[in-house]
Each structure stands twice: as structure tokens, then as C-alpha cells.
Ligand binder design. Structure first.
Ligand code: AVI
Length: 322
């Protein structure tokens, strides 16, 4: 295995996003992409092990069971780019399937430096795989991959783990459209999406009895304290999970349990919270299998094949750029 260094990243956007999100009049918000600092990435790995949160295991099961079939549908030679690789544990199956065919370059694209490092560690013993990590946002990273595409190579983009669900539905579709614009006809996208399931099961998955997801959520405030010199008191906020039936999504919030004022010097703001006011930190949309192919078609992809986990309803869809 050959690895190259990490390429460029700036944290300057955090202050802008915190200022914009916490200055909102009606509903304060923080973008969920900032969950994944070192502590947040480690907590997410623990979430993936929780019995209540079956999503990551379903994703991995599908990839393990169908890696060969997926690889067989993707033309050679191929460069594999993964948006939000995390520790890339589940990517191993796909990469092994490709590496049996020919030497392949894998481009993990991640805003978490520690996740990139652990992806490299997990995959270092696969023969015939070169790894070039990009510490970048998804689209910037994919543009960088496309710019390096060797002549005649296809690109397979992996967008796994139902990260699409963390976008609003319309924004998710628009994101697929933006990916399609970077790709060429015949390139592929493997999209993992969590499917609808009973609400009590979903609530448990995002509000586990051990409190790991609560810690994951609260860590966002700890991160802002650390990175922007803020003075959030974590004991004065609590993790709240709701299901919105109209939008078919889980929402995570942080509820202020008392009136309070928080200074965030590096964002240049002081924020006041009313008792019970919440900061909306994440949405996790759930999909119906039947809506994925039409959504992909509207974004410029043909759905070539789908694989569904029966234990925890979750779908991998192999989409081909038209
Ligand atoms: C990364 N993403 C798909 C996870 C999800 O289920 O929305 C993040 C997560 N949030 C709480 N638990 C897991």
C-alpha cells in the first residue's frame, strides 16, 4: 500500500457558521458537519457499535456481502473516492474486491484529520491499493480527485452511511446534482441511505440509554469552547431527539435548561438563550426504497442496482452518471 499526505484544510469557516447559526431569530442552528473533531469522531465510532444504532452495521453488512457484485458492475480501471470516509472500516470490502482486479487508488475525502489517519491505518494492509487522503469538504475533495483522474479511468464515488440523510431532502437531491456535474458520463456513485422504520426504534437509535449520542451532540459545544474560546456550560444544555413525521426525519437538538448567556469571542458574538430554547444540530432523513431511483434520476443518474438489508432496513444504490 502506498499513502500520500493530507492536502490543505482551514477551520476559519467554523466561526462564520457558528455566528450565522446562533444569530437566527426563530430557531438557532449549528451545522452537523462540525460534530467530527477528534472526540466527536471517536464518539461516532462508539455510536456505530451500539445495539440501538443498527445503521452502520447494516451498511457494512451490505458492502461485505455484495462487494464483489458491486465491483463487477463498475468498469475498469477505476479510481475510488469516498465522501466522508470516517475510519473506512466498511470500505475495506469494496477496496479488496477492486484490488483483486487491479491496482486501485483510493481517495478518502474527510474534514476530520483523525478520521483520515485512522482510515489509512485500517486499510494499510490491502495489497494493490494506493491511498491519497484529502482533508477537504466533499465537493472540493471530489473536484481535486477529478482533476487527477488518469486518462481512461472511471471514478466510483462512495457516499455511504446515509450521510445523504443529514441534508434536507431538497438539498440532498441538489447535492447529487452537483456530484453529477463533477463526474463524467459512465462514472458511478454508490449511495447508502437509511430507510424508514418504526419511530420508537429510531428514537432509541438517536437517544441511546448509555448517553453516547447525547455526549456526541454536547461535544459540539465543547468543540466551540475549545476552538472559539466560548464559555458554554455543558451542564446547562441537554440532548433532545424528535421525529418530524412530515419531513420523515430524526432531529437532534440541544435544549437550554435555563436562561443563559454565552460568549463566543472568536466568532465575535454573545448569545442569549431562553429556558427550553433549542439549538438544532442535526437532521437525519429516512427514505423509502422507491423514492431513491427517481431522486437519482432527477439529479442525472440511472439506478443500476440496489441492495437492501433486511435486519435494519438500509439500501445501497449503485447509480450511473448519464
Ligand atoms: C453520519 N450520520 C449519517 C449519522 C446519522 O445517523 O445521521 C450521524 C449520527 N447522529 C447521531 N447518531 C449518528
Amino acid at each position: 500500500m502506498l499513502t500520500q499526505g493530507i492536502i490543505g484544510f482551514s477551520t476559519a469557516d467554523l466561526a462564520d457558521d457558528v455566528r450565522a447559526g446562533l444569530s437566527k431569530e426563530r430557531q438557532k442552528e449549528l451545522p452537523s458537519k462540525y460534530f467530527y473533531d477528534d472526540v466527536g469522531s471517536a464518539l461516532f465510532e462508539v455510536i456505530s457499535l451500539l445495539p440501538e444504532y443498527g445503521l452502520t452495521r447494516a451498511d457494512e453488512r451490505l458492502l461485505r456481502e455484495h462487494a464483489k457484485a458491486i465491483a463487477a458492475r463498475v468498469p475498469s480501471p477505476v479510481a475510488v473516492a469516498e465522501l466522508g470516509s470516517g475510519n473506512a472500516q466498511k470500505t475495506r470490502w469494496i477496496l479488496e474486491a477492486f484490488s483483486r482486479r487491479q491496482p486501485t487508488t483510493y481517495y478518502p475525502i474527510e474534514i476530520s484529520r483523525s478520521a483520515l489517519a485512522s482510515a489509512k491505518l485500517h486499510l494499510q494492509n490491502i495489497d494493490s491499493i494506493s491511498i491519497v487522503g484529502f482533508e477537504k469538504e466533499y465537493l472540493d475533495g471530489l473536484l481535486a480527485v477529478a482533476a487527477r483522474r488518469p486518462v481512461g479511468h472511471h471514478i466510483l464515488v462512495l457516499f455511504l452511511g446515509s450521510t445523504i440523510g443529514n441534508f434536507d431532502r431538497a438539498a440532498g437531491e441538489e447535492f447529487l446534482r452537483l456530484l453529477r456535474r463533477i463526474l463524467g458520463p459512465g462514472d458511478s456513485l454508490l449511495l447508502g441511505a437509511d430507510l424508514e422504520k418504526p419511530v420508537p426504534q429510531l428514537i432509541q437509535a438517536y437517544d441511546d440509554p448509555l448517553g453516547v449520542t447525547a455526549a456526541f451532540n454536547l461535544n459540539l459545544l465543547a468543540r466551540i469552547n475549545h476552538d472559539l474560546n466560548a464559555n458554554f456550560d455543558l451542564d446547562h444544555f441537554e440532548h433532545v431527539v424528535r421525529f418530524d413525521h412530515d419531513e420523515r426525519r430524526i432531529e437532534m437538538h440541544l435544549r437550554s435548561i435555563q436562561p443563559q448567556t454565552v460568549a463566543i469571542p472568536k466568532a465575535g458574538i454573545t448569545v442569549t438563550f431562553r429556558e427550553n430554547e433549542t439549538i438544532w444540530t442535526e437532521s437525519s432523513h429516512k427514505y423509502q426504497l422507491e423514492e431513491l431511483a427517481p431522486m437519482a434520476a432527477r439529479a442525472g443518474f440511472r439506478c443500476d442496482a440496489q441492495w437492501v438489508d433486511t435486519e435494519w432496513p438500509f439500501a445501497e444504490s449503485l447509480l450511473i452518471a448519464q
